[in-house]
Write a protein that binds this ligand. Structure first.
Ligand SMILES: *[C@@H]1O[C@H](CO)[C@@H](O)[C@H](O)[C@H]1NC(C)=O
Ligand SMILES: *[C@@H]1O[C@H](CO)[C@@H](O)[C@H](O)[C@H]1NC(C)=O
Ligand SMILES: *[C@@H]1O[C@H](CO)[C@@H](O)[C@H](O)[C@H]1NC(C)=O
Ligand SMILES: *[C@@H]1O[C@H](CO)[C@@H](O)[C@H](O)[C@H]1NC(C)=O
Ligand SMILES: *[C@@H]1O[C@H](CO)[C@@H](O)[C@H](O)[C@H]1NC(C)=O
Ligand SMILES: *[C@@H]1O[C@H](CO)[C@@H](O)[C@H](O)[C@H]1NC(C)=O
Ligand SMILES: *[C@@H]1O[C@H](CO)[C@@H](O)[C@H](O)[C@H]1NC(C)=O
Ligand SMILES: *[C@@H]1O[C@H](CO)[C@@H](O)[C@H](O)[C@H]1NC(C)=O
Ligand SMILES: *[C@@H]1O[C@H](CO)[C@@H](O)[C@H](O)[C@H]1NC(C)=O
Length: 487
């Protein structure tokens, strides 16, 4: 009898203790875009639709009045800017994506936007009550009130040790042997890529930009898919080689500074979710748009590639990862907010737009559990998160520029003077500049103004030298050429 009562109450538990979502952090890739090798890169209509649909998916999951997992305290139909923290690099494709996404999350408010004036006439906001959610861009982040916490958002773009680490990949036996073994594979593709990649550029060195060019062509250019050369096996090989190239630039298990983009992203996620908790839900939703390489760096650091080798592949357009702050504590209200000890974190991913691809939970940090106590999550993330300028400067071995004030000594190491002997017009040493280009492509998240200036200069150089970069003069020139897209 007692046992039966117990079983009954256990069965009733999920109903009476329904899970409450306290907040989320969403990191999102842009939608379909034009090819990186043909700048300026832009978001396509298809891409805008993908991110818009993703936004709509998250609206139905977290925001709308009939949402399947409503976020506690979040406004359902009218966007309240203080509840939303949205970040995107000042990049056309990523900024446009973030705006299209937000249109899906908070669509035009229609009659809800109508206000009645003193003289009793009614006014509806433009475009059917279009809602304006501010998207913080990298160039304004440093001048905003949280300038201090924004300084390190540049991630790996100017990180000395990460530059050296990525350069090492191009010296590795693995890279050299793949470069050799794929020579004929790439040169055989010249009929379809010859217009953009000459014979000296049609190599594994440009694995990602070649894949990208053909991938864009297969979506948008009717003559490309019909080519006999592009069999499904060849297409698969192109993708696999590009995945391999990008994964190795983004993460190396024995040289984790290479994943500095993932480390800074981890810190942002941790800080933002923590502020959701400490602020008792004042800002429950954080959204950031960024590059696929940041996904890869983070996947490596979070040990997701050990859960599935799929995590070593470049994520599809409009992919998203989500960190949900959840609790089973009863009666979450404005007056009673759960203690951190009662809160857990769930990690989910949709590969491609969440509207068409399942949002699936995966275990982080090799823990085998998809739901981690907040304290465990925070301490695991803390093991690799790089969360302030001082830590960034130390991890990167940088002592000048933004790091001048946060380092005990400003004298450059002898290694620096060796590689910086010849400098290009904008003061960046030539061998390093090519790799910075690669890293910009790979890991740019956001930046301090000083760093942005340096990078803007770099981007202009890279764009103007596209032809020579593609001609194979720079070690990783074609990646650098794509710097304008960053993603
Ligand atoms: C987008 O890029 C493609 C390819 O570079 C170009 O043909 C097209 O005109 C661009 N569209 C816009 C709106 O800039
Ligand atoms: C919520 O309601 C809207 C419109 O009323 C509907 O389109 C949508 O499918 C509903 N979502 C869920 C999760 O039930
Ligand atoms: C009511 O006030 C608004 C704003 O001052 C004005 O534009 C509008 O013409 C007024 N309507 C009438 C009917 O007076
Ligand atoms: C960090 O150091 C590297 C190598 O010395 C340099 O190229 C890069 O510009 C520095 N980054 C910053 C932000 O100062
Ligand atoms: C990873 O790092 C180790 C140690 O620095 C190095 O030996 C190895 O070649 C690297 N692998 C790649 C693919 O860069
Ligand atoms: C489409 O592909 C063909 C064949 O590779 C190429 O000649 C043409 O320039 C491409 N068109 C566009 C708009 O990229
Ligand atoms: C969360 O924020 C509080 C208050 O700023 C701070 O004391 C605490 O160390 C933070 N926790 C984590 C895990 O970052
Ligand atoms: C996402 O999809 C791409 C292409 O379909 C694949 O290469 C990659 O491994 C997938 N990633 C994950 C985590 O499933
Ligand atoms: C809440 O309880 C349900 C049912 O027991 C369980 O599936 C879910 O994982 C729990 N969530 C948390 C955050 O503990």
């Amino acid at each position: 009898m007692e046992l039966k009562t117990l079983l009954l109450s256990l069965a009733a538990l999920p109903l009476t203790r329904a899970e409450t979502v306290l907040g989320v952090y969403i990191f999102h890739r842009h939608g379909d875009r034009s090819a990186k090798s043909l700048p300026p890169v832009n978001l396509t209509s298809l891409g805008a639709d993908q991110v818009f649909q993703s936004g709509n998916f998250y609206r139905e999951r977290y925001v709308s009045s009939n949402a399947s997992a409503p976020i506690h305290g979040l406004s359902t139909d009218i966007a309240v800017p203080s509840q939303l923290s949205v970040l995107s690099p000042s990049d056309a494709v990523l900024q446009s994506s973030s705006i299209a996404f937000l249109q899906g999350v908070y669509p035009p408010a229609g009659s809800l936007s109508v206000s009645t004036l003193a003289n009793s006439s009614e006014v509806e906001a433009p475009l059917g009550g279009y809602q304006y959610v501010p998207v913080t861009s990298s160039t304004t982040a440093s001048t905003s009130t949280n300038a201090e916490s924004s300084e390190w958002l540049q991630g790996g773009s100017g990180c000395g040790n990460a530059v050296v680490s990525s350069n090492n990949y191009f010296q590795s036996a693995e890279y050299v042997s793949t470069l050799d073994s794929t020579k004929s594979f790439y040169s055989n593709l010249s009929p379809v890529i010859g217009g953009v990649f000459g014979s000296s550029q049609a190599t594994f060195k440009n694995a990602y930009t070649i894949f990208d060019y053909l991938n864009v062509g297969r979506i948008h250019n009717a003559t490309i898919p019909s080519s006999d050369l592009l069999t499904s096996e060849t297409v698969f090989q192109l993708r696999t080689l590009a995945d391999n190239h990008e994964w190795n630039l983004a993460y190396n298990e024995s040289d984790t500074i290479r994943a500095v983009a993932g480390a800074t992203l981890a810190a942002q996620i941790l800080q933002q979710l923590n502020s959701t908790l400490t602020g008792k839900g004042a800002t429950p939703v954080s959204i950031q748009f960024g590059a696929y390489a940041s996904f890869m760096s983070f996947f490596g650091l979070a040990q997701l590639h050990k859960v599935s080798a799929d995590f070593t592949g470049v994520v599809d357009y409009a992919s998203s990862i989500v960190f949900e702050l959840v609790t089973n504590a009863t009666a979450v209200s404005s007056t009673s907010y759960p203690a951190a000890a009662d809160v857990s974190v769930r990690f989910l991913m949709a590969n491609g737009t969440a509207a068409q691809n399942p949002l699936t939970a995966y275990p982080l940090f090799g823990q085998g559990e998809v739901l981690l106590p907040w304290t465990t999550f925070a301490s695991e993330m803390g093991k690799f998160a790089i969360g302030d300028t001082g830590a960034w400067c130390q991890a990167c071995g940088n002592t000048t520029g933004v790091c001048a004030s946060s380092s005990p000594s400003t004298s450059g190491s002898s290694d620096d003077s060796g590689s910086a002997a010849s400098t290009s017009g904008n003061g960046i040493s030539l061998p390093v500049a090519g790799v910075i280009g690669a890293l910009v492509t790979l890991v740019v998240i956001l930046g301090v103004e000083g760093l942005v200036y340096a990078l803007v200069g770099l981007k202009l150089v890279k764009k103007s030298t596209l032809a020579s970069a593609l001609a194979g003069t720079g070690a990783v020139g074609s990646n650098g050429a794509a710097a304008g897209a960053k993603a």
